[in-house]
Design a protein. Structure first.
Length: 241
């Protein structure tokens, strides 16, 4: 059972946590400057090597950005699901998990966000964010797969649950970056556009059951296409990228 728990926390990780607390307590946003190194050394009472390791830990996670040269300094980064996705692929790679397992996870998680998005009481927000995907019959809107990724991000935002959206979007982005955008199958595009429009309409109308079912059907169709088009790749271990 001991293997389930985390290893002991290093000094650099404790300092990294203190830096994040500083960001949160002062409500700092992306691009806002953090104290200079000399000030942080005094504040946290640690060695320069421990402080720099803490900063590197946060930089790798995208929490901060370290700018060299003129105007050098440390600024607050953005909280992006893509950064979590990249870390996730490292763990999946070490576990030996394959792309088919990743796709099965996507089938399970994405419909949950669609249901929650349809239950969002802010109908005006739903219409505004989903407007690019609400096409009329016969209207040409063959958006690229990159815009399809945006669709799933919007659904996550409308879910109203930041924890679920962030974690599930990390999975969705790994699927997109490793399989859909890399291979760019044009066969998927027309059905993808059609599916996104149908799901968007159900969400805007507040039809939770329908939105969930349509998302299930949509994601399953994409997964089956992946299995048909790239049978070898989906059996491979997820890469750390």
């Amino acid at each position: 059972m001991a293997a389930v728990y985390r290893r002991p926390t290093k000094t650099s990780e404790i300092i990294a946590l203190e830096i994040v607390r500083h960001i949160v307590d002062r409500d700092l946003g992306p691009g806002d400057r953090l104290p200079l190194e000399a000030e942080m050394l005094t504040r946290y009472r640690v060695s320069r090597s421990s402080l720099r390791e803490a900063l590197r830990l946060l930089e790798v996670q995208g929490m901060i950005a370290i700018r060299p040269g003129p105007g050098a300094g440390t600024v607050v980064g953005e909280v992006l699901p893509g950064n979590l996705g990249r870390t996730l692929t490292l763990y999946l790679n070490m576990m030996g998990a394959n792309y088919d397992e990743l796709l099965q996870t996507w089938v399970t998680t994405e419909p949950v966000l669609a249901r929650l998005a349809a239950q969002n009481p802010d109908r005006e927000k739903s219409r505004r964010l989903l407007a690019p995907f609400l096409t009329e019959e016969g209207q040409d809107n063959s958006h690229e797969l990159t815009e399809g990724v945006n669709f799933h991000q919007v659904v996550g935002e409308l879910s109203g649950n930041r924890v679920l959206a962030f974690v599930f979007q990390a999975v969705s982005l790994v699927v997109a970056e490793h399989l859909l955008l890399t291979n760019r199958s044009r066969q998927m595009a027309p059905k993808t556009v059609h599916d996104h429009t149908a799901i968007a309409r159900a969400i805007v109308a507040g039809h939770a059951d329908k939105a969930e079912q349509l998302m299930v059907e949509h994601v399953r169709a994409v997964v089956e296409n992946c299995r048909t088009l790239w049978p070898q790749q989906i059996t491979e271990t997820v890469e750390w990228r």
